[in-house]
Structure formats: structure tokens, C-alpha cells
Design a protein around this ligand. Structure first.
Ligand SMILES: NC(=O)c1ccc[n+]([C@@H]2O[C@H](COP(=O)([O-])OP(=O)(O)OC[C@H]3O[C@@H](n4cnc5c(N)ncnc54)[C@H](O)[C@@H]3O)[C@@H](O)[C@H]2O)c1
Ligand SMILES: [Zn+2]
Length: 361
């Protein structure tokens, strides 16, 4: 097991990454002195694969009184209706201010259960056991929780840091291939923004990564959590630096919105966004062409580049709706080469459109 410490001023916590950790959860939470009652939020898939039973068994063995609420898979579950259902089921089931909510699942369960924990009884403790690659390397680190509205994704939410994150890499064995590869886009993103050595490991070990070799995944996931944790430590509430985590996401979100959510995966959209941001960086003389080629080759190896994307014209309209736009100026994350990024305003958008057209030429 590898432990990554997240050093937040008022609430430091650990991220444990390892193999077979779900059945050890009871032992892992022991030092946190959680109250007796624990409410677990999970997905049908995690019940079907026996993950929920492992967690329930492990927590029960150390004396916890556990209840489980299952939410349907899909983004639709990040709704006020599901949040209300959790509040009410847990209130009825006897959870109190000393209780803990455990999220067992992907980013949807994490965001929903985290929001419920942030708000029930004005905030109770939260432990997360992410079971998708995206959740293990991205959404379970950083304390953002949230719900969607018909008006847009993640419009309601709260910062609520977990007391512990337990990422069992063996759960990734049962993840659908496309979901797994989607998560790899965030792994590549972390390497691009902060760690050239990790990028080299991904290039060399691509085959073992795609085979989901548990030892390789444990090392890579721990490294990713550390990268995101170092950024979050410096900017817990997203005042500035944390924006580097949006590398590839300005265009990525536009791709998802233009095509309709679910047509491409989030990872495929972000992969394209990273290519655009890198092409723009090359045009501005910030990044070497060779680095852009390495990025494209790795994304191809991970099958993250589909044949068709929305036209530059369509993307433009969606990019201009970006919620990170300030006073009409687009805030872009550009790269200085593998392992390093910089924040740059894109006020004159000519070279952005040239980069978009260049990629689709
Ligand atoms: N809070 C944050 O900082 C943050 C960051 C990034 C993304 N997110 C959010 O994360 C969400 C996406 O999360 P996701 O990609 O994990 O998708 P997801 O939670 O929808 O999970 C994908 C699918 O995989 C299934 N599944 C989960 N674990 C499995 C396993 N081990 N084996 C088999 N099937 C499994 C789920 O039931 C679901 O159908 C989005 O809502 C996004 O907004 C949040
Ligand atoms: Zn993302």
C-alpha cells in the first residue's frame, strides 16, 4: 500500500492506494475514531462485483452499524432529488452528527455522497473509496462535491474534504474498457502539467497500463494523487493555481457540450482539448513540436483520439461559454513542454482558431 498525505491546513488526510484495500477498510478507518453509524452510498455495479459486501463486512467487523443506499448509474444521479433521498434515508436510518458517509463508486457517487455529507446535519464526516480510474486519480482528491442542474453540470456544490480516501486498484479490473481509457486522459494530463518522468513511465509501460497490471497501476495512481494533492494544497478553494488542473478542459468541455454528453467520453474530449492547447502552445513558441508529437502518440496508444470532432466553428460557440472566462478574456492553460504548464489569457483568439483548424486540416 502507498500512502499519499494531503497537507491541508485545517484538515490533513491520507489517500491510501493499494491492492485488496476494500476488505481492509475497517482497519484503515480505525484511527479516525468515526462514530458507530456509517451510511454507504454506492452503485449497482459495485454491489454486483461484491465491492459493497466487502466494505460492509469490513466495517461491521470493527463494530460499525452500516446502512447502504444504492443510486442508479449515470450523471442523472447527481441531482437534488437523489441528494434529498440520501438525506432522508440516512436521517430515518439513525445517522447523527457523529456519523460518516462512505462513497463507494465512481465520480458520480463521490460527488453526490460528498455533497450529502457536506450538508446533512450541516456537515458530517466523509470517506471515499473510488472505484473508477477517473475517481482514483482525479475526483476523489481535492474536496469538490456537487450536483448538476438542468441549466448545467456541477452548478451546485460545496468544498468538503474527505477524512480518508481508499483507492483499491483491484476494482479497476472490472471497469469497462472505455471508462478505463477515459480515466487515462486525466493521468496523461497530470503528467503533462507536472511530471515529465511520469510521462516517460506511461510511454514505456503503456502495454502494462492497458493490461491493468496492478503493480504498475498502484504506482501510477499514487503518483497522480500526489500531483493533484500538491496543487490542491497550494490552492484549496480554486483562487488561482488550481486552474492548471483544467489543462485540456476548456476545449474538452466544449467538445462534450457540442456533441452532447456521452457521445465521446470525458477523457476523449479532454484528449482533444490537450492537443488543441499544445498546438496553440507550439504556435506561440512556448512548446517544442517534438513534445506535441509525444503527447499525440501517447493519446493514440491509449485510444483516446476518435476520428471525428465538432467543427472549429461549432466549438468556438461553446468555448466562449466557458465558465472560467473572465471579463470576456478566455483563461487558457498552455504547455511549456511535457511536465510543465502556464496560465495564459487568450484575448486575441486568432491563433486559437488557427490551432483548431490546423488539427482538423
Ligand atoms: N469532484 C471533482 O473534483 C471531480 C473531478 C472530475 C470529475 N468529477 C465528476 O466525476 C463524474 C464522472 O465520474 P466517473 O468517470 O467515475 O463516472 P461514473 O461515476 O459515472 O462511473 C462510470 C460507470 O462505471 C461504473 N463503475 C464504477 N466502478 C466500477 C467498477 N470498479 N467496475 C465496474 N463498473 C464500475 C458505474 O456504475 C458507472 O456506470 C462526473 O460527474 C464528473 O463531474 C468530479
Ligand atoms: Zn476532467
Amino acid at each position: 500500500m502507498t500512502v499519499v498525505r494531503v497537507n491541508l491546513a485545517h484538515q490533513p488526510y491520507d489517500i491510501c492506494v493499494g491492492q485488496g484495500l476494500l476488505s481492509r477498510l475497517g482497519g484503515l478507518v480505525e484511527s479516525l475514531q468515526l462514530g458507530r453509524r456509517v451510511g454507504i452510498v454506492t452503485h449497482p455495479a459495485c454491489e454486483a462485483h461484491g465491492y459493497a459486501a466487502s466494505v460492509v463486512g469490513s466495517l461491521s467487523r470493527v463494530g460499525h452499524d452500516v446502512s447502504v443506499v444504492t443510486v442508479p448509474p449515470g450523471e442523472e444521479s447527481k441531482s437534488l432529488a437523489q441528494a434529498e433521498r440520501l438525506w432522508r434515508e440516512f436521517a430515518r436510518g439513525g445517522l447523527d452528527r457523529a456519523s460518516t458517509i462512505v462513497a463507494l463508486g465512481g465520480g458520480v457517487v463521490g460527488d453526490l455522497a460528498g455533497f450529502a455529507a457536506a450538508t446533512l446535519f450541516r456537515g458530517i464526516r466523509f470517506v471515499t473509496a473510488p472505484t473508477t480510474l477517473l475517481a482514483q486519480v482525479d475526483s476523489s482528491v481535492g474536496g469538490k462535491t456537487g450536483l448538476n442542474l438542468p441549466e448545467g453540470k456541477n452548478l451546485v456544490g460545496a468544498f468538503h474534504q474527505p477524512s480518508l480516501v481508499v483507492a483499491d486498484v483491484l476494482t479497476l479490473k472490472t471497469l469497462a474498457d472505455r471508462e478505463f481509457r477515459s480515466g487515462l486522459a486525466e493521468v496523461v494530463k497530470h503528467a503533462m502539467i507536472a511530471d515529465a518522468a511520469l510521462f516517460g513511465v506511461l510511454e514505456r509501460e503503456a502495454e502494462r497500463v492497458l493490461r491493468r497490471d496492478a503493480d504498475v497501476l498502484e504506482a501510477i495512481i499514487a503518483k497522480n494523487c500526489a500531483i493533484k494533492a500538491r496543487v490542491v494544497e497550494q490552492d484549496e478553494r480554486e483562487a488561482g493555481l488550481r486552474a492548471v488542473l483544467n489543462f485540456g478542459h476548456t476545449v474538452g468541455h466544449a467538445v462534450e457540450a457540442a456533441l452532447g454528453y456521452g457521445v465521446v467520453t470525458h477523457g476523449e474530449a479532454v484528449a482533444y482539448g490537450m492537443l488543441v492547447a499544445t498546438a496553440l502552445s507550439v504556435r506561440r513558441g512556448l512548446c517544442a513540436e517534438a513534445d506535441a508529437q509525444r503527447l499525440e502518440a501517447l493519446l493514440r496508444r491509449f485510444e483516446l483520439i476518435p476520428a471525428n470532432y465538432p467543427s472549429p466553428e461549432l466549438l468556438e460557440t461553446y468555448i466562449l461559454r466557458d465558465k472560467k472566462m473572465r471579463d470576456g478574456v478566455l483563461q487558457f492553460v498552455l504547455t511549456l513542454g511535457v511536465g510543465s504548464v502556464t496560465l495564459a489569457p487568450v484575448s486575441d483568439r486568432t491563433d486559437l482558431w488557427e490551432a483548431l483548424h490546423g488539427l482538423q486540416a
